[in-house]
Design a protein around this ligand. Structure first.
Ligand code: ATP
Length: 243
């Protein structure tokens, strides 16, 4: 019988199984082929980095995995669910249940405190929770990223690194199975970026989450279990140098 790890779900099949994925748009009456025949399989608990030149299609790939855009060819299965055939409502539910996203430019609500930014995300992901429970979990998520003493601060009263830590708490508070991060350190200095990444990898490991991380930073990509390169809409696995 297949043994399934209760923490990561390892053994239950891949978290990501994308096959022959194409993504094309029509711009001014002309087709723009952004992704071409992309295959990607990621196992539960893996940390995968995607690198590649600007405009090569990395963010588009992440949008497809998040169910925020739809592939125009091939199939995308995430957490065992086929996204290609889902309607908007199903995709929204899928995202709420399974996916956390960290963006380069934080995207926090400026008028809300750190606690309310994180609480709001949890309220959307798990509306069945009581207000007291939501606040308790949001407070704990902020403590997990070292912001236990900053919960009532608004984004403008926080440094860039602190804002991204709120972004990370917001992504992880609903305990997603898949964390997608698009250049999470792109707007940070090296030191604050390193703190965010240490927290991200630590929390993902602790919660058994799978991570797909887009980065331009080779040192950061090297810390992932696997590195893939996107070039002109095609995704290729980088082979590790033999030790
Ligand atoms: N909605 C859209 N309308 C027009 N062009 C788009 C759209 N989405 C993506 N593109 C184009 O598709 C290509 C791939 O974009 P994408 O953002 O996926 O690349 P990227 O590798 O993430 O780039 P970067 O590293 O600069 O963020 C780019 O040329 C981009 O301009």
């Amino acid at each position: 019988m297949k043994k399934i790890d209760s923490e990561t779900g390892a053994g239950a099949g891949p978290i990501i199984d994308a096959r022959g994925v194409g993504y094309s748009l029509e711009i001014a009456g002309r087709p723009l082929h952004i992704l071409r025949g992309v295959d990607l399989r990621v196992e539960p608990g893996e940390v995968v980095a995607i690198v590649g030149p600007s405009g090569s299609g990395k963010t588009s790939m992440l949008m497809l995995l998040a169910g925020l855009e739809k592939a125009t060819a091939g199939t995308v299965r995430v957490c065992g669910e086929g996204l290609t055939a889902m309607g908007e409502d199903q995709l929204a539910l899928f995202r709420r249940r399974n996916v956390g996203i960290v963006f380069q430019s934080f995207h926090l609500v400026p008028s809300l405190s750190a606690l309310d930014n994180v609480g709001l995300a949890l309220e959307i992901a798990a509306p069945e929770l009581s207000l007291a429970e939501t606040r308790k979990r949001a407070t704990a998520a902020l403590a997990d990223v070292g912001l236990g003493d900053r919960v009532h601060h608004r984004p403008s009263a926080l440094s860039g690194g602190e804002q991204q830590r709120v972004g990370l708490a917001r992504a992880m508070v609903s305990r997603p199975r898949l964390l997608l991060a698009d250049e999470p350190t792109g707007n940070l200095d090296q030191k604050s970026g390193a703190v965010v990444i240490d927290l991200m990898f630590g929390l993902a490991r602790q919660q058994g989450a799978t991570v797909v991380l887009i980065t331009h930073d080779p040192a950061l990509a090297a810390r992932a279990d696997r590195m893939l390169t996107m070039t002109n809409g095609e995704l290729v696995e980088n082979m590790r140098e033999p030790a």
